[in-house]
Each structure stands twice: as C-alpha cells, then as structure tokens.
Design a protein around this ligand. Structure first.
Ligand SMILES: Nc1nc2c(c(=O)[nH]1)N[C@H]1C(S)=C(S)[C@@H](COP(=O)(O)O)O[C@H]1N2
Ligand SMILES: [Mo]
Length: 533
C-alpha cells in the first residue's frame, strides 16, 4: 500500500471502530440506566434543553412531532445518533493519527504518540464539556438518590462511559492496525504477517462485534421502552362514566420523563434547606411518622383545554409541608420554596402558599401508597395552583430569598399559576342525536381550584338564559364537583349547550376564551346537541 492509501484506510478503520466503540459505551449506559437508574445522556440533554424552549414553540414542536411522547422519542433517538456520530468523528481522527504514528515507528514512547494523546484529550474534553453543559441537570437519579450523591454518580457515570469508549476504540484499532513500531507488511501483533486476508478477517470480526452490540443495545432499549412513560403519559379521564373519586389507574398523568423514577425508599430522603435556620432531613419512615392528614383534592394540568381530561380527583394522605419547613426554621426574607425531584424536575411557589395547612407532602393516594407514576414515595400537593407545582418524587425543598423559575416556568408559562374556575360536560355522548320530548341527563364536572364550587348553571340558548344545575357530588373546597341537569328538549334542531360554575367566593367563571399558553385555558365548554324526532 502507498502512504496515501494507508492513511485513508486507517482513517476509515478508525471511523468504523469509533462507531463500534460508541455502541459499547451506549450499551454500558443503557445497562447502568436499567440496573441503577443512572440517567442517560439522552435524558440529561432533553431535560437540559426542554426548559429553554419557549412555551409556544414547545407546543408547536409537540404538534409537529405528533405528541409529547413522539417528541420525547425523537429527542432520545437524536441523542443516540449524536453519540454514534461523535464516536465516528473521534474514531476517524484517532485512526488517522494512529496510521501516521505507524509510519513514524521510531517515536514509540506514548508521550510522543499523538494518537494516544488525542484519545486522552478527547475523553477529557468530552467529559468537561458534558459537565459544563449538563451541570444543572446532573443531580438526577431515577433510583431516588438525593441531589449531591446524584450529581456525583451522574458525573462519574459520564466519565466511565467516555473512558469505556476510549478503551474500546484503542482495542479495536489494535485489532485493525498493528501497534506502532511493527510496521504493517512486516510482522503483525501476533507475530503473523498482516496480510490483506488478515485485514479482511479483522474487518469481519469488527462488523460482527458491531452487529452483536447493536443487538444488545437494541434489546436493552426495548426493555427500557417497555418501562417508559409512552403508554400512559397524557392519560386523560373524562366522559359519561366520570366518577367523583378517580381510581388510581385512571388518574391523569403528565410527566417530563421518558422513563419515570422508580425510587428505592432506602436511598430516598427529603431535605429542607436553603434560607433556613438549620437544614433538616427525613427518611421515608421519619416523614410518615409525623402527624398526617387526609385531604380530598383535584389536580389539573396547565395544558388542560376547557373540554380536556387532564384533571382528576383523589383522596390523599400526607404531612403538611409547613411542619417540615417550620422544623428547619424560616429565615426572614424568604420569598419562595424551590422544590426539586429525583428526576431533576423543579418548581417553585411562594412561601405563603408553602405554609398553608393544605399544602401537603403526600405519600398515600386513595388509601394506598402513591403509585410510581404519581410520585412514589412522596409528592407535593399544592391546592389552587396548576398540577406542575405538585412536584412528584420530591427530594428537596429549598427556601430561597428571591423568585426562581421551575422547569416549565423557564419556558415562559405563568407567571400566575392560579387555576381559574371551570366546568365541563361529560355526558351524555352527544355524537348520537337525542330524541325530542324525552328527558336526558346532562352531567359533568366543575372545579374552582382551592375556592370550591358553589353553583353550576347551564344554558341551552347560547347564554341568553342560565338554569341552575344540581350538585350531585359537591366535593371539597379543594376538589371538583359533579353536576347534572335533566333536560327535556321539546323541539327538534341543533342546540348549543354551555355550562358555567361559580366558586365559593361568588366569582362566576369567565366566558372569555383563552388558550392554554401561558396561564391555562379559560372560557365556556360549549357542545352541540342534535335533537331529532
Ligand atoms: N418530578 C416531577 N413532578 C411533576 C412532573 C414531572 O414531570 N416531574 N410533572 C408535573 C405536571 S406538569 C403535572 S400536571 C403533574 C401531574 O401529576 P399526575 O401525573 O400525578 O397527575 O405533576 C407535576 N409534577
Ligand atoms: Mo402539567
């Protein structure tokens, strides 16, 4: 081979070896994710950049991808491809340099070997860059480690991954090209001549290894995706069979995660720190031993439309957040509490809200321990504010002397997160025409945040007249109410039905229509009933 062809060959070898080495690294990362809940770069990158996307663009992206789950899948796939591309580039440069050092065989001490120096530099700069870029999301651990151990273990995981990549790359190149000092065509590594046939064999070996790794990481990916949130994120509950208390397996779900935390209670703890007299920490047993209360409360996502089902009601048990905050001692000048979760999620709200007796650290939902997808072992409940403030899998409550933006707040949601009063039709199914002259039971839900529901009214004439509905299930001040109205249409035609609620403060639900971005949707839920002979 002439020099130019040899250079091209070693560069190409390096490129392929780089991809295979990146596959080794990816397989290791997926294994660590599955076994220990250590976050993958794909998850970290997603969580780092999602909050930087403005709320409206985020909505457009979700629409473009075909849903939040689809966007998550796209994000994960792009980072995985990015890992392979980075590996390919690193491998190509390494291969090229290694090919060159073969031709300068006299310089064989490793300090003089530019290929080895490059590889160490490549790994070090990847790691430093990853630490700098991903710094805010490093305290993520899906097995439930508190922030500091989570940060350290994530940083070490990344280092281990990059070192694994480098070792795999070096070994694979050694397979391809003999070590410097033993020029090709003379004597190969095993003392055998490095002939074309031998190179072909090695090529075959490398592609075999690549295929094997693809199968392994593919298998791991499939296993992980069985555990992913794709099956339930965005779950809604509404319609004719709506129940006063939502069963846990029907309760709506919203999560930023591709795979939700699976917290090991023995690793988990809750810390109250920041602007306090003295930080306090609780194990799960500590927390559950504190006096707890039961509370019926409805949760609703800020992205719920006026007709949407991202709203559910449950009976929770938990410890008032005020108790643990007071145990730490609020320093004067505290403005907000910033709550962090094991998944790296955070949100904040005023210290006044945090000290209200109904703001809870909940550990039970409808009589059973919190299900994993709803925040096991402990989640926040912040009555009156949109669901995103009710941080699941909470691990830290930090008192802060200034306003801080949470995960979605950074996208530009808010600044007011008060749930506006709302009401909705759930039944009957109006896709079928209603028979004229026969009584039909219109029914639905009404929710006033933490202001309760005093009254629900319906209109059959586009808002000219309003008639009082019955409150079949009045709920609590913090929950929805279920209403119904027996209607006997005496004429055929299409009727525009509307509903509105009034809260216990006497405030009537606004008829002003507004979209979900940035402070949640408002306006009347209007449906059309076809009345036929
Ligand atoms: N740690 C964490 N908490 C979280 C979220 C999240 O992604 N991670 N999502 C929030 C959002 S946007 C909503 S609407 C509620 C949903 O709670 P649920 O799934 O129990 O209904 O959880 C909030 N708490
Ligand atoms: Mo939400």
């Amino acid at each position: 081979m002439n020099a130019r062809r040899r250079t091209a060959a070693s560069l190409l070898w390096g490129l392929v070896a780089g991809i295979v080495a990146a596959l080794v690294m990816t397989t290791l990362l997926l294994l660590l994710r599955a076994a220990f809940g250590l976050p993958t770069p794909a998850e970290l990158v997603g969580d780092r950049f999602a909050p930087l996307i403005p709320a409206r663009d985020f909505g457009a992206l979700i629409g473009w991808a075909g849903g939040y789950n689809e966007l998550k899948q796209l994000g994960v796939a792009s980072v995985l491809v990015g890992q392979l591309l980075t590996g390919a580039v690193g491998g190509a440069v390494y291969g090229w340099l290694r090919g060159r050092s073969l031709r300068h065989a006299e310089r064989r001490t490793w300090q003089r070997r530019p290929d080895a120096r490059f590889l160490i530099g490549f790994v070090a700069s990847l790691w430093v860059a990853a630490l700098i870029v991903l710094w805010p999301v490093l305290p993520t651990n899906f097995a439930g480690l508190p922030p500091v151990p989570a940060l350290v273990s994530t940083a070490l995981t990344l280092l281990l991954a990059f070192i694994t990549f480098a070792i795999a790359l070096a070994l694979l190149m050694r397979l391809a090209l003999p070590i410097p000092g033993t020029p090709p065509g003379v004597v190969g590594r095993g003392g055998s001549p490095s002939s074309a046939a031998q190179l072909a064999r090695r090529g075959l070996l490398m592609s075999g290894l690549g295929v094997l790794l693809l199968a392994a990481s593919g298998g791991l990916l499939r296993r992980l995706s069985d555990d992913a949130t794709f099956a339930y994120d965005g779950l809604q509950v509404r319609g004719p069979d709506i129940e006063p208390i939502t069963p846990n397996d029907r309760f709506y779900v919203v999560t930023k995660n591709v795979i939700d935390p699976d917290v090991r209670p023995d690793l988990w703890s809750l810390t109250v720190d920041g602007h306090v007299d003295g930080p306090v920490s609780y194990s799960l047993a500590d927390l559950m031993a504190l006096p707890s209360i039961e509370q019926e409360q409805t949760l609703m996502c800020i992205s719920n439309t006026v007709s949407g089902g991202l709203m559910s009601n449950a009976i929770w048990r938990g410890v008032p957040l005020a108790n643990v905050i007071q145990a730490a001692g609020v320093r004067p000048g505290t403005v907000e509490v910033l709550c962090r979760s094991v998944d790296g999620y955070s949100d904040s709200f005023s210290i006044e809200k945090a000290l209200e007796p109904t703001t809870l650290l909940a550990f039970e939902m409808n009589g059973v321990p919190l299900p994993r997808r709803h925040g096991y072992p402990v989640r926040l409940l912040v009555p009156g504010l949109f669901g995103e403030k009710s941080v699941k899998w909470i691990t830290q409550v930090q008192l802060v002397p200034e306003e801080v933006d949470g995960f979605y707040e950074q996208q530009g949601w808010g600044p007011d997160f008060t749930i506006p009063t709302r009401s909705r039709f759930d039944g009957p199914d109006l896709r079928q025409p209603l028979p004229v002259g026969r009584s039909v039971r219109l029914h639905g839900t009404a929710f006033g945040g933490d202001r309760g529901v005093a009254r629900v009214e319906v209109t059959m004439d586009g808002g000219a007249t309003w008639r009082p509905a019955r409150l079949d299930y009045p709920g609590s001040r913090l929950s929805w109410a279920l209403w119904s109205f027996d209607w006997r249409p005496m004429q055929t035609g299409d009727f525009r039905l509307g509903v509105r609620a009034t809260d216990l403060m006497g405030m009537v639900q606004t008829d002003r229509g507004r979209g979900v971005v940035p402070e949640g949707a408002t306006g009347h839920h209007v449906v059309t009933a076809m009345v036929r002979a």
